[in-house]
Design a protein around this ligand. Structure first.
Ligand SMILES: *Cc1c(COP(=O)(O)O)cnc(C)c1O
Length: 437
């Protein structure tokens, strides 16, 4: 008998209410292709013809995009590969609300064009009173490119040899600056640069002095650095790339620069990321003197670096709304983290899986505070579980042959998901892998 006759036709399969709903969520093309694959498997005898709709439903992703939510159990608060700062519920809502048509560049009172993203700009100025003006672009790299282009193209940016930073994935700030047509005037040495070094390099060609926060490394020992306050008196604008996005001092990270202090010390402009310690969406923040910010905003390149409306909404909600997840993770007490880990271990034991709780050291990550460790607590599993857990969307860190699931960067509301993922992988594992280490 020809089995093909029994494979249901596409229109019959698509009448399944689960697939009809999936078309609304994912679009017809994706659903039809899943159905075609399932029909093919039925023709090949791999599945029962009656199960074609089930197989198509099982093969469909949860959403139309391939980006998958993950749980960051790496102990690195700001993990660039995992999307850096997770947004607060308030920021997520603001983002969704702005996703349709919105008055991002429109004045509803007058019915005319309005300044783009004024709400986010006002929130920034409220959070950082020493800033006279602010502008938001796509990310901090874009903020630097805009500043270099508008203030120093064809001229010189004076920068210390100790601040020639590679930010990650092979991208280097000096290369970024030179790509704008500015020339770098390097001063000082890797470990020591003084005010006199800067002063000697200034001249008619100077666009500005740039201070770059060494956000992912530290120089220790015989060192010297000229601060913004010392350089502000030199008669040229001082631009400071802060990286981390702190607007005000954070007592837990005393060495991390913030916009308010840096501007009060005399910087003309600061640049920073929105998705690092600020805890918001990807964005580049420019705060500083009115005249300079206006020049940047009006520069033709500003249009090419324009920030998305949903990012503006999330940024404003991050600034005005409740404490973002990154701040909560940063400030979490070690005892509370230990308690969460022990609670998880207890629940796992009750279901037949023994996983030890260990002390761990979390870090802020490439986004700031190099060298700072934050006491944390982790579940320790055999390293062999790392891959299967990633398949469940849980990313841990392998340390001395063990897989640590560090709770500091995990949203407490996700603890149960972490627990279920651990249960799923330990249940599937060979018996000798079932115990933690
Ligand atoms: C992270 C960082 C950047 C790049 O910021 P993006 O928002 O990722 O473009 C630039 N400078 C410093 C000092 C940084 O830490």
């Amino acid at each position: 008998m020809d089995i093909r006759r029994h494979v249901p036709r596409t229109d019959v399969v698509l009448a399944d209410p689960r697939l009809a709903a999936a078309i609304d969520r994912l679009g017809r093309t994706m659903v039809k292709s899943a159905v075609a694959d399932a029909q093919q498997r039925a023709r090949a005898g791999e599945i029962e013809p009656a199960r074609v709709a089930d197989a198509a439903v099982a093969a469909l992703p949860a959403g139309a995009a391939t980006l998958r939510p993950v749980i960051n159990a790496t102990g690195v608060l700001l993990h660039t590969n995992l999307g850096r700062a997770p947004l607060s519920a308030a920021a997520r809502t603001a983002m969704t609300d702005a996703a349709g048509c919105t008055d991002v560049e429109y004045d509803l009172a007058t019915g005319t064009r309005g300044p783009r993203g004024r709400g986010a700009v006002q929130a920034l100025l409220a959070a950082c009173p020493p800033a006279a003006a602010a502008h938001v672009v796509n990310n901090n790299a874009a903020a630097l490119v805009l500043a270099a282009t508008a203030l120093a193209a064809g001229r010189e940016i004076v920068i210390s040899r100790g601040e020639m930073v590679e930010i990650g994935d092979g991208f280097r700030i000096p290369d970024l600056l030179v790509s704008t047509g500015a020339r770098l005037r390097e001063v000082g040495t890797t470990n020591r640069t003084t005010r006199a070094d800067y002063a000697a390099a200034l001249g008619p060609e100077t666009g500005f002095v740039l201070k770059v926060h060494p956000s992912n490394f530290r120089i220790e020992g015989f060192t010297a650095e000229a601060g913004v306050a010392e350089l502000a008196g030199l008669g040229v604008p001082v631009v400071a790339d802060l990286g981390s996005g702190l607007l005000a001092p954070e007592p837990l990270l005393p060495d991390e620069p913030d916009a308010a202090t840096t501007l009060s010390a005399g910087a003309a402009l600061v640049t920073a990321s929105g998705d690092k310690l600020l805890g918001g969406p990807q964005a580049g923040l420019l705060l500083g003197e009115e005249e300079i910010v206006t020049r940047l905003r009006r520069h033709p390149l500003a249009r090419a670096l324009r920030v998305d409306k949903t990012a503006l909404a999330a940024l404003e909600a991050t600034l005005r709304g409740p404490e973002p997840p990154v701040t909560r993770a940063l400030r979490a007490g070690a005892d509370g983290l230990r308690h969460r880990a022990e609670q998880l271990a207890k629940e796992l034991t009750a279901r037949g899986v023994d996983v030890p709780v260990v002390d761990a050291a979390a870090t802020v990550g490439g986004g700031g505070a190099p060298g700072v460790t934050l006491p944390s607590a982790a579940l320790a599993l055999p390293a062999e579980h790392a891959g299967p857990l990633r398949a469940h969307g849980v990313v841990g860190r392998v340390d001395h042959g063990r897989l640590l699931l560090d709770l500091r960067a995990v949203d407490p509301a996700d603890d149960h998901l972490l627990r279920e993922a651990v249960l799923a992988v330990t249940r599937d594992a060979a018996p000798d892998l079932r115990k933690g280490r």
